[in-house]
Structures are given as C-alpha cells and as structure tokens.
Design a protein around this ligand. Structure first.
Ligand code: NAD
Ligand code: AKB
Length: 318
C-alpha cells in the first residue's frame, strides 16, 4: 500500500502496542509499520519487527534511518504499580526514552511523535469529578510525576523547536486482545479472563473505587484521531484530557454477571488501591472534543458485550 508515512511503534508488544500496530498496519500498510520492543514477540507479526530498547539511542537511530521513519508512537514505559517498585528505572525509561525521541525530531530525523500521558498526572489535591484540563496536577506516584514532566517536555520542545508532538491523557484501558503490564487499572482486564476460566475473581481495588476508564477500541480511535488531525487543530501541546467511562469494580462485576450468572467477585484491596485513591473519578475532555473532534463509541454495557463476544471466540478456539 502506498503511504508517505513510515511508522515506528516503540513498545509494540505491550497492552496498547499489540492492538495499535495492527490497526496502523491495516490503515497505512503493514510494510509501512515497524514495531520495536525489548524482545521478539512470541507470535509472528504482520508488521516489521526489530528488537531494540528505546534507551539504546544508537541502535534506535539505525532503525529510524534504515526504514526512513517519519512518525513515532512511543509507548514503552513503566506504569503506575510497577513504577512504585523501581523509582529510578521508571524515571529513566519514562523520561530518557522520551528525550531520545524528542531529540531525534529536533535533529530532523523524524517528523511527528505520539506520546501518551495518563490520568495519573492528577493527584489527591485535584477535584475528584469532572476534572478540567487545567485543574491542579500534583501527582503522588513516580509514574504520575514522570508523566507530568513528560507533558512539559513535549510542550517545551514544541514551542522551542517546533516539534509536532501530540499527546492524550489515557484513562485506564480495557481490551481483550492483550494483557496489561503493571498498572493500577489492570484488574479491569483480568476480571474478564477470570470470568471465563473459573468464574471467580479477587479484586485488588476496593469495590467502590471509581476510576476513569476506556475501551481499547476508543483509545485507538483517539490515538489515530489526534495524529491525523490538522496541525492547527492541536492547541494543547502538553496532553489532552480524554474521557468516556467511569465505574467501580462492583459495577463492572454486575455487568459481567449478566453474561456469567455464577460469577463471584471478592475484594482484597492492596497498595494499588491507595494509588487509585489519589486519582480522579471522572474527567472533562471538552478540549479534545472541541479541538479535534474526539467522541467515544462505547458505553459500559456495549464494551462488556464486545469483550465477552470476542473472548468467547478466543477461548472456544484455544
Ligand atoms: P505495557 O506495559 O503493556 O507495554 C509497554 C511495552 O514497552 C512492553 O511491551 C515492554 O516490553 C516495552 N518496553 C519496556 N521497556 C522498554 C524499552 N526500554 N525499550 C523498548 N520497549 C520497552 O504498557 P501499555 O499499557 O501498552 O502503555 C503504553 C503507554 O500508554 C505508556 O506510556 C503508558 O503510560 C500509557 N498509558 C497506558 C494506560 C493503560 O491503561 N494501558 C493508561 C494510561 C497511559
Ligand atoms: C495505570 O494503571 O498505571 C495505567 C494508567 C491509568 O495510566 N493504566
């Protein structure tokens, strides 16, 4: 397929990367999409794959040159729960990985960058509901601190060097095609697999812990949407608030019970519940809707129906 874009997805084996690389391949041609991650994926990919760490600047530049990369989606990161286990490594990956990519753009090696931030930039001093784009952001996780610093780096490189870097603050993402890699919202993926396997699930968040969440299909739509929007429409160069769903584990379990009558959930909140407690419950995404036309497609019951339909096929065939 002809495309004037050559895309590099860094962290292509992860929860988002697994889905995003395939969607980008379908849209722009698999021959125009290169995935990189620390290890070669177990299942063969339709897109081109190169094993490389984002922290290995020289090897990464060789890949960018070899494939004439224009657009980079930088997904490699330590997420919230994993980050608390290793503060220095989380800072190193989340900040130095981003700096490598921003500097490649500054040196005209690439043209456009997508880098995701998170609702984790907000903290206990932020209002809980309908959080505005510009509400106070004083995170109390190293993950949130690194995301907030990253947002400001993106903004700085845009205004100082004209770099076209675009970002959204993803809520907790839920999908059926891939597993999450060490976040606080991971429960909302695991719960579906437990419903299929043994009809019971022990949740590490408390039952009433409401968080902003989103179906993966909507997250991918937003990601490609912001990258395809005309440059003049992108007015925020830190990171856009993004919203679709908010619910607690009890409400998710009730939706799942509509499909699995015997499904049982118990609660054993651990330290991840404290991280979740520091985050907002719902987000106002007026600017994303207004500037580049963001709109989600899935409500809670539509998402649950779609995930269960797809997982039913997957478990039947395995
Ligand atoms: P993930 O942990 O599932 O995937 C990250 C991938 O990066 C993994 O495959 C990992 O092997 C790879 N990686 C780790 N170190 C690397 C390195 N040095 N070089 C190259 N690859 C490396 O994460 P995800 O959920 O796919 O998240 C992707 C991005 O989206 C992250 O920036 C994350 O902060 C952000 N985000 C995710 C969510 C969510 O709910 N999944 C929510 C908000 C923001
Ligand atoms: C996490 O839980 O760390 C992520 C996020 C909301 O950024 N899913």
């Amino acid at each position: 397929m002809f495309s004037n874009k050559k895309i590099l997805v860094i962290g292509s084996n992860g929860q988002i990367g697994t889905v995003l690389t395939n969607k980008l391949g379908e849209k722009f041609g698999f021959e125009n999409v290169v995935g990189t991650d620390l290890k070669t994926p177990k299942i063969s990919t339709k897109f081109i794959f190169e094993a490389c760490s984002v922290l290995d600047k020289e090897k990464l530049l060789n890949i960018i040159t070899k494939y004439n990369i224009t657009d980079v989606y930088l997904l490699a990161a330590y997420l919230s729960a994993k980050g608390e286990q290793n503060i220095s490594k989380a800072w190193d990956l989340n900040i130095n990985g981003l700096l490598h990519i921003l500097n490649f753009a500054k040196d005209k090696k690439i043209q456009k960058i997508f880098w995701p931030s998170s609702i984790a930039v907000f903290g206990p001093t932020t209002p809980k509901d309908n959080v505005d784009q510009y509400d106070v952001a004083e995170p109390t996780t190293i993950y949130g601190v690194s995301k907030l610093a990253g947002e400001n780096l993106c903004n700085y490189y845009h205004y100082k060097f004209g770099i076209d870097v675009r970002s959204i603050r993803y809520p907790g993402l839920i999908g059926w095609e891939s597993m999450p890699g060490g976040g606080t919202t991971d429960y909302a993926v695991d719960i579906f697999h437990k419903a299929f396997k043994n009809k019971k699930f022990t949740c590490f968040l408390s039952q009433n812990r409401i968080l902003p969440m989103m179906y993966m299909n909507d997250a991918i739509k937003a990601t490609i949407g912001i990258m395809e929007a005309p440059t003049d429409n992108i007015k925020i160069r830190t990171s856009y608030n993004l919203s679709s769903l908010h619910f607690n584990p009890k409400q998710l379990a009730q939706e799942i019970k509509k499909h699995f009558k015997d499904f049982k959930i118990t609660y054993q909140p651990d330290e991840r519940d404290d991280l979740a407690k520091s985050w907002p419950q719902s987000i106002n995404d007026f600017h994303a809707r207004n500037d580049w036309g963001w709109e989600p497609n899935f409500n809670l019951s539509q998402m649950v129906n779609d995930i269960i339909l797809n997982l039913r096929n997957r478990y039947k065939n395995n």
